[in-house]
Design a protein. Sequence first.
Length: 101
Amino acid sequence: MKAPILQHLKAHGEQLDAEIAKALRMTMKQVHEEITALAAAGEVICCQVTRFNGDKKIEGTSCRLAAYVPPKATGPKPGSKRGANNNNNTSHNTNSESHIS
């Protein structure tokens, strides 16, 4: 039963235990048992969280895959300028002598 939780987290990212239970049609007790076993095996990371939706307080266990690194983004980095000259030292005058009369 552990594989569906891992697949769900891989497909949907970080989720609360209640969201996992609803999506996989499991009881909260089943979800807690499974995520406890997965956390002990080092496959998921869980922490207790409190979220607020308007005035409604939501407490639960947030779970995500352990050691998951998203793929590297392609293309230019934000703030980079295309065709910018990276060699800025060629136009500076390094002569520090001054003539005093």
